[in-house]
Design a protein around this ligand. Sequence first.
Ligand code: FNR
Length: 371
Amino acid sequence: GIPPLDQCLNLFDFEVVAKTVLKPTAWAYYSSGADDEVTMRENNSAFGRIWFRPRILRDVANIDYSTSLLGNKSSMPVYITATALGKLGHPDGEKNLTVAAGKEGLIQMIPTLASCSFDEIVDARVNDSQVQFFQLYVNSNRKITEKLIRKAEDAGVKGLFVTVDAPQLGRREKDMRMKFDDTGSNVQNSNKDNVDRSQGAARAISSFIDPSLSWDDLNWLKSVTRMPIVLKGVQTWEDAVRAAELGLAGVVLSNHGGRQLDFSRSGIEVLGEVVEALKARNLFPNPMFQIFVDGGIRRASDVLKAVAMGATAVGIGRPFLYAYSAYGSDGVVHAIRLLKAEMEMNMRLLGAPTLKDVVPEMVDTRALSTH
Ligand code: FNR
């Protein structure tokens, strides 16, 4: 059997339990990174190079970590990011995340390549005010993509996150050593025919993604939706500035959980240069252009480091997958509550009663960056 849920004391603990319950194919797909996994490890270690500068003797009796993402309330500066193939881990797949997000007031990003149908995920909302975003892989057949976007908009989705770091899926060799067995995983919005199952899950599901996607396509995207558009997978200040100048709603500084280009830098490292460049052009701070970060966020201290450096919120992927693989939606609720308790304590010890008080001076990033 598995340990009772209350023995999971932090987000790392879910990974240990999940490894014992997941099928080897599912574990390989969820846990793998690209090539030598240098970037995947760096996502975790980069946070270890940032130190706090806490302030004392401030009134920290009441702590408030609520915030707003693209104009939508969130109980914490954290959202559940898109991860494909949710049913590899649990028969209810992504619905586990929807239910937990709704109960705890977080926003869930629905993946294009979910295992549950889009309608199932929308119908699993726990109340009418629950907010969801949609992660988009642009199909070579633009008509299919337009349909998906319209469907999301009709369902009240509040933000479109276009993945721009995956014109080809990276080599995740752990995953490639497995044959993709899609019984039960039931991937949505992918090519159903002519898939090669011999090279793992990622290869089998991704052949429809359009590698010719370019900046020129963003005008088309803007013309087919009123949803705010955010680019997911930005890795340089140059591209972040271009996104801001185009009037997009934001960027996610992300290397796709270390699953795409190995030796890309961590999102938290990129954040420093992005904020600096936007500031120099009077594009930051700007409530109409928000910066998100994902990759390796496991503790509230990681969340607060990103917020201090200028991020509006951060995305978390694998820990929530592991939490529901082991414990269903209760596991995800527990993971979110652990993070909330850490947020409260960390903000109190930092001397920051609200997120506005989490300022750049609260972090020492001298060891972070090489520039
Ligand atoms: C992902 N990620 C991802 N991103 C995306 O835009 N579309 C997708 O379909 C997927 N699928 C996916 C599957 C799995 C199993 C993982 C682990 C990740 C990337 C994801 O949105 C996010 O960038 C990372 O997961 C963040 O890193 P952590 O929190 O997992 O370390």
